[in-house]
Design a protein around this ligand. Structure first.
Ligand code: SAM
Length: 245
């Protein structure tokens, strides 16, 4: 796909290492797979219940699909995957290539900054269902201006009002004592602000707010899932799916 380069700079556009993907992320994902089983199972349930009408998927920020269930990916006839990580296409194919070949799902990767190319991507694929695959909560690492980053994240809510879309994204992340029980997560139809969320989940200490509290439209079902990213580092991830208004 040919795209115009919009002027918002992203320091990680042509980088191998980035705070939201790249070799460090892939290494961690490989070694933590067995510890992520619970998170992946809960995510798979939510993705399994999401039934967009299109058999074509725009998969945004999929990395190598370490957390994505094959029974979800293989439902589609075509997948257009968009990620800036140069390692993502080969590793994604290693993880899912055989299953996609069996289901005859055609996968195409585009190395693009989807924040900058978003309008063009939407125009090029007007009928595709859209999944943000844990990238919206990473955007604050790609834009040092927190207010602008939050407004960019929230802008997707309005730009997608006529589309079937879903997202799972970080809400909070922070350290937690190794071996302690994961917080019990939950579902609601209300956006919960980050401070209240941390209190409700019994989290203490310093937590990073990923600026995604309001990306889902009001009234959307929000499912919170605990994700033990590292032995001592926890993310609270939110999943929601949205139908055209
Ligand atoms: C946490 S990883 C996603 C993990 C993925 N859900 C999985 O199952 O492995 C976030 C991904 O979003 C990508 N990403 C972040 N910002 C992006 C942007 N502006 N444009 C394209 N890709 C982006 C990163 O390169 C990274 O691969």
């Amino acid at each position: 796909m040919e795209v115009n380069r919009a002027p918002i700079a992203d320091p990680y556009d042509d980088a191998i290492f980035s705070p939201s993907g790249g070799p460090v992320w892939h290494w961690r994902a490989l070694w933590r797979q067995h510890r992520w089983k619970g998170f992946k199972a809960e995510l798979a349930n939510h993705l399994g219940a999401w039934r967009p009408t299109s058999r074509h998927l725009l998969l945004l920020g999929p990395s190598a699909g370490w957390c994505l269930p094959q029974h979800f990916l293989t439902r589609f006839e075509t997948i257009e995957a968009i990620d800036i990580d140069p390692l993502a296409p080969a590793l994604f194919r290693l993880n899912h290539g055989m299953a996609l070949a069996r289901s005859r799902t055609r996968l195409t990767f585009h190395r693009l900054n989807l924040i900058r190319a978003f309008d063009q991507i939407l125009q090029t694929y007007p009928e595709h269902a859209i999944l943000f695959s844990n990238m919206l909560g990473q955007h604050r690492f790609h834009d040092e201006d927190e207010i602008r980053a939050q407004s960019t994240i929230e802008s997707f809510r309005d730009r997608l009002s006529d589309r079937h879309w879903a997202s799972f994204h970080d809400r909070l992340s922070g350290s937690y004592p190794p071996g302690s029980a994961l917080p019990i997560t939950s579902s609601s139809f209300q956006a919960i602000d980050s401070e209240t969320l941390a209190t409700e989940l019994g989290l203490s200490g310093q937590w990073l707010d990923h600026l995604t509290a309001h990306v889902l439209p009001a009234g959307t079902g929000r499912h919170l899932i605990a994700w033990p990213l590292l032995r001592d580092w926890l993310h609270i991830v939110e999943f929601g799916s949205v139908e055209p208004a």
